[in-house]
Ligand binder design. Structure first.
Ligand code: HEM
Length: 154
């Protein structure tokens, strides 16, 4: 094989590989997805962890994993507390301040309960975990009845 033939074979192979590269023939990039509001993203993360905790919080063998979940939930709850419910902008201006204050207090109760759950887990008081997880579900229900724009989801 001459050098020229060798080079052209390599060139053909290279262009074939480029064509096969994933996405190389996509007509146009996917349309940008509309971003969910930060408050919704944080709530969804809290929800996922809460569902897992319901199954494992009383299990001593899963203590470390439960602690990790609770700490992540706390971070998301603190971040959500700084956001504004979507309903806020629908309210008359005079009502917004008290509405936001009550929302932040509601999220404060979630954070407090998570702190109690964290210390119950750290101290291996597994008889307390079920009650605290139940309390989180109650706070979710109350919070959504009062602050969520639409019907409760999840
Ligand atoms: C641990 C308890 C909680 C969980 C697991 C939770 C979970 C969720 C979930 C799954 C959503 C729906 C996201 C979507 O798909 O649209 C959501 C939205 C929301 N939650 Fe929570 N939540 C909790 C506590 C609370 C509390 C205590 C409040 C109020 C003080 C609250 C206020 C809201 C608001 C305002 C939204 C919707 C966004 C909006 O309409 O502005 N949540 N939450």
């Amino acid at each position: 094989m001459t050098l020229v033939t060798k080079i052209s074979r390599i060139a053909i192979l290279a262009s074939l590989l480029t064509c096969l590269a994933p996405g190389a023939w996509a007509a146009s990039p996917a349309p940008a997805q509309e971003e969910e509001p930060a408050i919704v993203q944080h709530m969804k993360q809290i929800n996922r962890s809460l569902r897992r905790l319901r199954r494992q919080a009383a299990d001593a063998a899963q203590k470390d994993s439960s602690l990790e979940l609770v700490r992540q939930m706390k971070t998301h709850a603190q971040a959500a507390q700084k956001e504004e419910p979507l309903k806020t902008s629908d309210l008359p201006e005079a009502e917004r301040g008290p509405f936001l204050k009550a929302f932040r207090e509601g999220m404060g109760s979630v954070i407090e309960t998570l702190t109690l759950l964290e210390s119950a887990l750290e101290n291996e008081k597994f008889d307390q975990t079920e009650e605290l997880v139940k309390k989180l579900f109650d706070l979710k229900k109350e919070g959504h009845d009062q602050f969520q724009k639409e019907m409760e989801i999840g």
